[in-house]
Design a binder for this molecule. Structure first.
Ligand code: ATP
Ligand code: PAU
Ligand code: K
Length: 259
């Protein structure tokens, strides 16, 4: 069985893949100082709690935080006796290499999104991924990741507003009915929700115009369903897209002798 690990700047997600389906998904905050033993204590407690019989033979990691990879390698080696595939490292093959400016190191999560989107939709896709940042990942007809957009994430924007403006409280993002807020919270909610909806809609329109061919738009990440309520232009919402991409990359490496 495969353990797929997606380390974002905020959260780290583990999913167990039995070759056909995900048996479970576990989430913890990302901390570079977390040791291999701490990962295993957390992991084994939850796997036992869910009553899962997991015989892990393979591990694949996509990390946007380079420093966490060392302890995750130790974790894979110590507890599963395997050398993990690390997306973005030279020994991890990609089904299709990215086509971006030389010297650019694309986020491994974006490479996984591209592989996952191509497998499900066959290219000419833009993935909109809501995490710490909101990234738009453009996947060409042949499955190559060809770039996109990085915008400040929704929760990061709210936090920045709270940090930078003494009289503004911290609030959670939600969909206000009205655009014209009549209290402070309502005004902030409108600015972030309707402002961000405009950002998404506008960027999708500009990406499509520049790309020049019909594209599918797939939303993923925790806040995708909330923004789908504003009809920003998603054709599909797939909350497991990054993880699915990791299983695709893993399978490709197995088939091509690199894992
Ligand atoms: N209505 C909401 N308001 C605020 N946050 C929400 C809401 N719904 C979901 N979330 C957040 O979305 C997160 C899940 O998003 P996701 O895993 O895509 O990104 P992340 O973990 O925040 O970022 P990264 O992947 O960059 O670490 C959850 O941690 C949750 O806090
Ligand atoms: C944009 C984020 C932060 C999104 O998780 C991540 O993919 C990243 O750190 N990327 C590196 C830069 C790039 O993708 O071009
Ligand atoms: K993510």
């Amino acid at each position: 069985m495969l353990l797929a690990i997606d380390c974002g700047n905020t959260n780290t997600v583990f999913s167990i893949w039995d070759g056909e389906k995900f048996l479970c998904t576990l989430r913890t905050s990302t901390h570079h100082a977390r040791t291999a033993d701490a990962y295993f204590t957390w992991y084994s407690t939850l796997v036992k709690h869910y009553g899962i019989e997991a015989d892990i033979t393979d591990v694949i990691i996509a990390s946007t935080v380079p420093r966490v990879v060392f302890n995750l390698r130790v974790f894979a080696d110590r507890f599963f006796g395997c050398r993990p595939l690390v997306v973005g490292k030279p020994d991890c093959l990609l089904p299709v290499p990215p086509r971006i400016d030389e010297g650019t190191v694309p986020g491994p999560d974006r490479l996984a999104n591209a592989a996952g989107a191509f497998d499900r939709h066959g290219g000419n896709v833009v993935v909109v991924d809501f995490g710490t940042a909101t990234n738009f990942d453009v996947v060409a007809a042949d499955g190559a990741y060809v770039g996109g957009v990085i915008a400040p994430g929704v929760n990061l924007s709210l936090e920045a507003l709270h940090q930078g403006a003494a009289a503004l409280p911290h609030i959670d993002v939600s969909r206000p009915e009205k655009v014209i807020g009549t209290n402070t919270v309502g005004c902030i909610q409108s600015g972030v929700y309707w402002g961000y909806s405009g950002l998404i809609e506008g960027l999708i329109a500009r990406i499509k115009a520049e790309y020049g061919m019909p594209m599918k738009v797939v939303g993923t990440g925790g806040l995708a369903p909330l923004f789908d309520q504003a009809d920003v232009g998603f054709d599909a919402i797939e909350d497991d897209l990054t993880m699915h991409g990791l299983t695709v990359i893993h399978r490709y490496n197995k088939e091509n002798g690199s894992a």
